[in-house]
Design a protein. Structure first.
Length: 478
């Protein structure tokens, strides 16, 4: 028997049912042949970029990392694989059988593998290899997307240090270079995500899957149901559809209507787990697409520091906040988020810049609430419509920002610890303030114990873009 250890970083991209039941079965079924095991020494290459590869590998022990070669010959890390992680997913399941990265062992490493001609086990009940491994493919893409985002943010912090050390002397040239490097890697992830999203959609349509409407809902609507709304739905779902507490909780977070469940041809109570799983697949693909777009917008913001201006179109502010919340879905699990949206007029803006504003401010609120139990952590997001401008307020009930810290929070790379908590957004808030200022808007911060509010004021009517004084955060007294 193969041992199976949990990997919390990867588990967040899989349903608990698949992770606890199906994944161990897949590992035992396809990767337990002692004749299909190989060993690598440290620094030994498993496959090189462009090599033929018709194997799917499972790391049994040790670790590997994958990289692509930059044009100047420098390696660019794409992923790291540890025990019970899969390698070769894209080349194996896309059927290109061509490795997109070079994979090297970091330490003595043992791998089990299966080959492309392996016949699927229990095909009639579980489907073909692609169907059986579908959550693994999605998990792999999602994990790589998250890894690439982390690299993007690390690059942003590196740029921040450059600002401090060079005093902006060569920021433009370096920003353009970093943005170019990131853009190449992000483009690969976005392209692969779009390929898989289209392929899986076509596959479900061609098979006339009864679960397709639930998958489609997750893909188009995403995670829009608040935790409070989900809790309200639980009792109704249990009563109307005779589902268990756990299944009712899962269905409650999807936003699936009674009408959709009534039109389902199967037994809702029996298939509720599958219904939620297909919705989760669609929602995860949507999250991955949004994350790729967000990463691209981070690059665009860095380019903006080098003088390259993003394109603006008419945008709905409420919708951009919802996209930011979708991107931060896993981060928001520890807090209660309440939204109070008024109907707003569209404004002339770049959607990526708007999402970046809200993502930075909301993340800062959540981080200020880390570990807080009393009172229960709450983030409230409100929008207000005025004749010539819109207001967005992001409020949390955290410990507050100290008076001596407040004037410094916009400074690049500024963070400080008070009672174990960090304050400051570094380059993130610097870019936020710059974006808001470029729109002719204003950003205000007000804080006292158990209440911190960031207010963003954006004009409805566009103003001609012009150079102005350095942007900043104004402090309002409470």
């Amino acid at each position: 028997m193969l041992s199976f250890s949990h990997s919390p970083d990867r588990r967040m991209f899989m349903s608990s049912e698949f992770y606890d039941r199906d994944l161990p079965w897949l590992i035992q079924t396809y990767f337990s042949d002692p004749n299909r095991v190989c060993t690598l020494a440290p620094a030994q290459v498993l496959m090189e970029e462009g090599d033929y590869n018709d194997r799917l590998y499972l790391v049994l022990s040790g670790s590997l990392f994958g990289y692509v070669q930059r044009s100047e010959g420098q390696p660019y890390e794409m992923f790291r694989a540890k025990p019970n992680m899969f390698v070769g997913v894209y080349s194996f399941f896309s059927r290109t059988y061509s490795s997109s990265v070079t994979v090297v062992a970091e330490e003595p490493t043992r791998l089990a593998y299966m080959e492309k001609d392996h016949e699927p086990v229990e095909k009639e009940r579980r489907g073909g290899l692609f169907e059986q491994f579908m959550p693994v493919v999605i998990s792999n893409l999602a994990w790589r997307q998250q890894h690439e985002l982390q690299i993007a943010f690390e690059k942003e912090r590196t740029l921040n240090k450059l600002i401090e050390s060079e005093k902006l002397a060569s920021l433009g040239q370096m920003a353009a270079g970093i943005a170019h490097e990131l853009n190449n890697a992000i483009s690969v992830l976005v392209r692969n995500t779009e390929w898989f999203r289209g392929y899986f959609t076509r596959l479900l349509k061609s098979q006339k899957s009864p679960f397709f409407p639930f998958y489609q809902l997750g893909q188009t609507q995403g995670r829009v149901v608040s935790s409070r709304e989900a809790r309200r739905c639980v009792q109704s779902l249990k009563r109307k559809w005779n589902v268990s507490d756990a299944d009712a909780k899962d269905l409650g977070e999807t936003g699936i209507t009674d009408e959709m469940l009534a039109s389902y041809r199967g037994d809702v109570a029996q298939d509720s787990g599958k219904i939620h799983e297909f919705w989760e697949l669609g929602a995860t693909l949507r999250d991955m697409t949004l994350a790729g777009q967000m990463a691209s917008h981070v690059v665009a913001s860095v380019r903006a520091l080098a003088g390259q201006k993003p394109v603006r179109t008419m945008q709905n502010v409420n919708r951009s906040i919802e996209e930011a919340l979708a991107l931060l879905h896993s981060t928001l699990r520890s807090v209660q988020v309440t939204t109070r949206f008024e109907e707003l007029s569209d404004i002339s803006a770049n959607k990526g810049e708007l999402v970046q504003i809200w993502t930075n401010l909301i993340r800062n609120s959540v981080e200020s609430l880390h570990g807080q139990a009393d009172p229960p952590p709450v983030v409230t997001i409100s929008t207000l419509s005025k004749k010539t401008y819109v207001l967005v307020q992001i409020k949390d009930n955290g410990p507050g920002i100290p008076n001596d810290v407040m004037p410094k929070i916009i400074q690049p790379n500024f963070t400080t610890k008070e009672k174990g908590l960090e304050f400051g957004l570094g380059l993130g808030l610097t870019i936020v303030a710059k974006i808001v200022n470029n729109y002719g808007g204003e950003i205000f911060a007000a804080s006292r114990p158990h209440e911190t509010i960031f207010t963003v004021k954006l004009p409805v009517l566009p103003r001609p873009e012009q150079a102005g004084p350095d942007s900043g955060v104004e402090r309002s007294e409470q």
